[in-house]
Ligand binder design. Structure first.
Ligand SMILES: [Zn+2]
Length: 340
């Protein structure tokens, strides 16, 4: 009888203590994944994009002063958010010498901009979120190619996604796996920045779980004006069925976009799978998803400006990327390249 009493007392004490512990650890965790996702807003995306794709950036041609200004904008953002660099304190630039871009093109030095959130449980496993920071500069009359959609949209989406993850970190609820925010340079002149990264990775490529690449998510393809609540996904099922399934599930649960796989078809003549930065990761057998709105009348024209962006739609698309990254970062097992 006494024994039982002691046992009950012990049980009571243990559960009381664990309740106390769970209260102290869960108090800051009152935000859910949906709350974090909801910090990604059309308004914030718009604020960033009007600056990032503004005339002062001079079209962000690789190696130019305008591109350096763009890189500084990204670096300052991460610094202000308290999101660390994976290289060293306050150095968010992975420098790339001008030679790398081809001497004939006479480019200056350039840099990828990188920021990093270390995983709380599996820090060696890394998810790379990428977007290209450069664009095509100015024309001979000095007109600026603002590149609001290409790829201002993917760039500022990455900033907002990083902010959402950082909010989770602040609440003691950061991702279990690590996340690298990789803003690559030299895309428009030949996918140079992403190639440089895969040849000089900051973390071992064998520990890189996947790459989610965003290049143009702010506009509507003229073929989709009747049903604009869509995004084209390319590559999701090519190396990993698991990655594809997670992506589908996250969309069904949270964002409910039409996921259109038209351009994922091997026979599609546009061959978009081979045409943006994710492809350098594919070459290293790393599963990818490429998020893309399709081309439109302002593609690579001086009329690709921030006033033409569909900010509400872009918010939903950015949230899909966030939810997918969150699930891959936090799920029990690592996504594998099960179709290699
Ligand atoms: Zn692009």
């Amino acid at each position: 009888m006494k024994y039982l009493f002691v046992t009950l007392l012990t049980v009571f004490t243990v559960s009381y203590n664990s309740a106390q512990n769970s209260i102290t650890t869960t108090v800051p965790e009152t935000m859910s994944v949906v709350d974090y996702s909801n910090t990604i807003t059309a308004e914030d995306l718009k604020t960033h994009l009007y600056i990032y794709a503004g005339d002062a950036m001079r079209g962000r041609m690789t190696g130019t002063k305008g591109q350096k200004l763009a890189a500084e904008y990204l670096r300052n953002f991460y610094q202000n958010q308290g999101i660390a660099s994976p290289i060293e304190e306050n150095n968010y630039y992975q420098s790339i010498p001008s030679d790398y871009f081809g001497k004939s093109k006479n480019r200056g030095d350039s840099e990828n901009v990188v920021a990093y959130i270390e995983g709380s449980e599996k820090p060696n496993e890394l998810i790379i979120l990428s977007a290209h920071l450069d664009h095509v500069g100015t024309d001979k009359d000095g007109n600026v190619f603002n590149g609001a959609d290409d790829d201002g949209s993917g760039t500022v989406a990455l900033l907002e996604i990083a902010e959402a993850f950082q909010q989770a970190v602040k609440n003691g609820n950061g991702p279990k796996r690590s996340i690298l925010f990789l803003h690559v340079t030299g895309e428009e002149i030949g996918l140079f920045g992403s190639r440089y990264y895969t040849e000089n990775p900051l973390f071992p490529l064998e520990n890189t779980v996947c790459n989610l690449n965003t290049d143009m998510i702010g506009r509507i393809d003229p073929n989709k004006t009747e049903s604009p609540n869509y995004i084209y996904l390319i590559g999701s099922d090519k190396l990993s069925q698991e990655l594809h399934d997670v992506s589908e599930e996250m969309n069904k649960t949270y964002t409910k976009l039409e996921l259109d796989y038209t351009f994922n078809d091997e026979d599609d003549p546009n061959r978009f799978y081979y045409r943006s930065d994710h492809y350098n990761f594919v070459k290293k057998n790393i599963p990818v998803i490429f998020y893309f709105n399709g081309t439109h009348e302002d593609y690579h024209k001086i009329s690709d400006t921030p006033d033409k962006i569909e900010y509400e739609l872009m918010e939903t698309r950015a949230r899909l990327i966030f939810h997918t990254a969150w699930e891959i970062a936090n799920r029990e097992g690592r996504i594998t390249a099960d179709k290699l």
